[in-house]
Each structure stands twice: as structure tokens, then as C-alpha cells.
Design a protein around this ligand. Structure first.
Ligand SMILES: NC(=O)c1ccc[n+]([C@@H]2O[C@H](COP(=O)([O-])OP(=O)(O)OC[C@H]3O[C@@H](n4cnc5c(N)ncnc54)[C@H](OP(=O)(O)O)[C@@H]3O)[C@@H](O)[C@H]2O)c1
Length: 369
């Protein structure tokens, strides 16, 4: 009886979702965006693909790589692959059980893997701040050099309902963009302190191509302005968050190049394409199965092990590669959308994001008078 009730509820949810604008936006715009990216890849002049570089190693240390959202899909597969490349991999995830499971899974396939897990909720500034402190403590306790060589901002969600974080932000914006921005900002001193070239890799998505105009004021970046709509615009917010991540990647690349003291921190955006992971967990399961089936028939769906190739390309690119967008594996890069290269918009977003960062800092660590 319970089973039948559950099935009816699932079917009802699926029907409601099919009747929404968001479903059609995902089905049509996202498929077109993905096809557009592959067409551009095919039409692009054959660029010289480069061999991936082994990670540069600080003396007496393994290079340290931090991966957020390392307990599932692309993050988990990338953590395994980078442990094989000789990185000491710091796994960041929101569930301690899943972190433990992931550590056991990776070590069972790679006995030499050097791993460390931290429970962090990327959508919470307080949690990111605690992580920064614990990470520095761990580096000092283990007598490792006080630096990080690679940060992969991979954690992401496709939420289908509006949820607020403790800071009052939309959960999807907080996870996919604001958290990544705050983490990069807090960890930047450790990346700059690296004695060998270091890197930030931001995992974005082809869906950013579905955004044709955008606001980057506080109300929009925190997701509050999307609230005014009758229905939660899940597809729009997801695309928007990924475009924010791209604008941020290019702006940070630009700003690091302007810094007085020369250092080698590169910033790369990467897009895995369509990959069969748990990203659609909030979409009614019958619909996500159909979506994956259609993508498979079109030859556009990859396994997480294949899908990570553009992430690993970005992680192991030559140190001079920065401010680029990897797509399609085999070391290939592509132009992201015209809007993502709008320098004025990027600067405006930077200012808004820094304001939000400061605001969160003041709430969490009020200045004592
Ligand atoms: N799959 C695709 O087709 C595709 C395409 C383009 C881009 N991407 C991007 O690739 C990235 C990885 O996604 P995926 O496809 O591998 O999906 P996934 O299997 O759902 O993995 C997402 C990971 O993010 C973690 N996460 C979510 N919210 C978090 C939070 N608040 N704090 C810390 N960790 C959090 C999840 O943790 P739990 O394990 O605890 O849930 C999970 O480990 C995302 O940024 C996604 O947008 C995916």
C-alpha cells in the first residue's frame, strides 16, 4: 500500500515538474547549450593538445589538493584520479559518513593514497571559516609547508525548491557560487604561499550559455530576487550560479595578474559536459532516468570517470595556463559565452561578492569595541 502511495506521489511530482517552465528550459535550452559547445569544439581549429604536467612538488611535501563535494560523482572520481597523480587529497564534504565511505573506497583501490577529510558545509560561511582554521592547524600539526597547491571548487547542487541558508541566502546560490567565492578568498594566502605554481579550478557548466542577460546586485547574487517568482526557478538559478563562477574565474585571473608581487596562482574554469552523477537527485527520479537515457542515446552522456577529464586537464595544465575554459577533455579549451567575458559585469560581481564576504565576516566575527 505504502509502495503504491509513494509511486503515485512520485508520478504526481513528475507531472507537476513536466508542466513547469523550468523543465522545458532544462530540456530545450540545456540540450542546445551542450550541443552548441560540442559544435564549437568540432569547428574550432585543431589546437595543439598538451601533455598533462605532473604536479609540482614542494620540497619534503606532497602537493596538497583540496576538492569540495568529494563524496559523490565528479568530485569523488577526481579525488581518486588526483591521489593517483601523487597529490595529498583533502576531501571536503558535508556528511562525515560519506567522507569516511569515500576515504575507504579510494584507499581500497589506491593503497598509497594520502587523504584527509574535512566535514564542511560549503553553503555556510561559518563552516568555511572553521575549515580554513582546521586546515591550517592540520598543515602545521603534520609539519607540512603552510601552503596549498590546488583548490577545486566542485561542490554543487541543482535544487528544485527554495531553501534558505543560515545567512538567509538561497541554498543553490550559496553552494554553487558564494561558497566557492568565499573559500577561494580565504584560501588564497595559502595558494600564494606555495613555493611551486598553484591553481584554483572552478567547475562550471555548459548551462551558463542559457543566460543572456544578468544582474549582479546583492539581491540577485544571494538568490533573493528569484524568490519573487511564483515558482522556484531552479534551472535559471543553476545557470546563473555557473555563469557567476565563470565571471569570477576570469576576474580573479585578471586581478592576480595585476598584483605587484609576482607569484604563480592560475585560475581555470572547467566544464565536464553531461555526466551521470547524483546532480539530478532532487528532480523526480523517473524524469532524471529519462533525461540520462536521452543524453545516452544522443551520445552526450559520460560516466564520472570519463567526465572528469576536463577537470583533470585543468588541474594538471601547464602553470602558464590561466583564465581559460576547459571543455571536452584531451586538454581542449573553448570560448565560454560572450556574457561570461563581460569585464564590467565581472568587476561588478566581484564588488558584490566582496561585500557579501565582508558582511558574513562581520556577522560571524563581530569587531569587538
Ligand atoms: N553532472 C553533470 O552533468 C554536470 C555538468 C556540468 C557541471 N557539473 C558540476 O559538477 C559539480 C559536481 O557535481 P556532480 O555532477 O558530481 O554531482 P553530485 O554527484 O551530486 O556531487 C555533488 C557533490 O557536492 C556536494 N555538496 C552539495 N552541497 C554541498 C554543501 N553544501 N557542502 C559541501 N558539499 C556539498 C555533494 O555532497 P553529498 O555527497 O553530501 O550530497 C556531492 O559530493 C557540480 O558543481 C555540478 O554543478 C555537473
Amino acid at each position: 500500500m505504502m509502495g503504491i502511495r509513494m509511486a503515485i506521489k512520485e508520478l504526481w511530482n513528475a507531472l507537476q515538474f513536466i508542466c513547469s517552465v523550468e523543465f522545458w528550459r532544462m530540456s530545450v535550452f540545456w540540450t542546445l547549450s551542450l550541443l552548441f559547445s560540442y559544435c564549437r569544439l568540432l569547428l574550432a581549429p585543431k589546437s595543439k593538445s598538451y601533455p598533462r604536467c605532473p604536479p609540482a612538488t614542494p620540497i619534503n611535501n606532497k602537493p596538497v589538493c583540496i576538492i569540495t563535494g568529494a563524496t559523490s560523482g565528479l568530485g569523488k572520481a577526481a579525488a581518486y584520479a588526483l591521489s593517483k597523480e601523487g597529490f595529498c587529497v583533502v576531501l571536503v564534504g558535508r556528511s562525515s559518513d560519506l567522507l569516511l565511505k569515500t576515504v575507504l573506497e579510494i584507499t581500497s583501490s589506491n593503497k598509497d593514497a594520502q587523504l584527509k577529510a574535512f566535514q564542511v558545509d560549503i553553503s555556510s560561511f561559518q563552516s568555511i571559516l572553521n575549515f580554513n582554521r582546521s586546515l591550517q592547524q592540520w598543515l602545521s600539526d603534520t609539519k607540512m609547508h603552510s601552503s596549498v597547491q590546488l583548490l577545486i571548487n566542485n561542490a554543487g547542487i541543482l535544487a528544485t525548491s527554495y531553501r534558505l541558508t543560515a545567512e538567509g541566502y538561497d541554498q543553490m546560490m550559496a553552494t554553487n557560487y558564494i561558497g566557492a567565492f568565499c573559500l577561494a578568498k580565504l584560501l588564497l594566502p595559502l595558494l600564494i604561499n606555495s613555493p611551486v605554481p598553484s591553481r584554483i579550478v572552478n567547475v562550471t557548466s555548459f548551462t551558463h550559455r542559457s543566460v543572456f542577460n544578468m544582474q549582479v546586485d546583492k539581491e540577485t547574487v544571494t538568490g533573493k530576487s528569484f524568490l519573487r517568482r511564483k515558482q522556484y526557478p531552479c534551472a535559471r538559478i543553476y545557470e546563473y550560479s555557473k555563469l557567476c563562477l565563470l565571471l569570477f574565474s576570469y576576474e580573479l585571473h585578471h586581478q592576480l595578474r595585476l598584483m605587484e608581487k609576482p607569484h604563480q596562482v592560475s585560475v581555470i574554469a572547467t566544464d565536464p559536459g553531461a555526466v551521470e552523477t547524483n546532480i539530478m537527485r532532487e528532480v523526480p527520479s523517473c524524469l532524471s532516468h529519462v533525461a540520462f537515457m536521452v543524453l545516452k542515446i544522443l551520445g552526450l552522456l559520460q560516466s564520472p570517470e570519463k567526465g572528469i577529464s576536463s577537470i583533470i586537464d585543468a588541474a594538471l595544465a601547464p602553470p602558464d595556463k590561466s583564465g581559460v575554459y576547459f571543455f571536452g577533455g584531451k586538454g581542449r579549451t573553448l570560448n565560454s559565452s560572450v556574457l561570461s567575458h563581460n569585464a564590467e559585469l565581472a568587476q561588478e560581481l566581484w564588488t558584490t561578492s566582496c561585500d557579501l564576504f565582508l558582511q558574513s565576516q562581520l556577522v560571524v566575527e563581530p569587531i569587538s569595541t
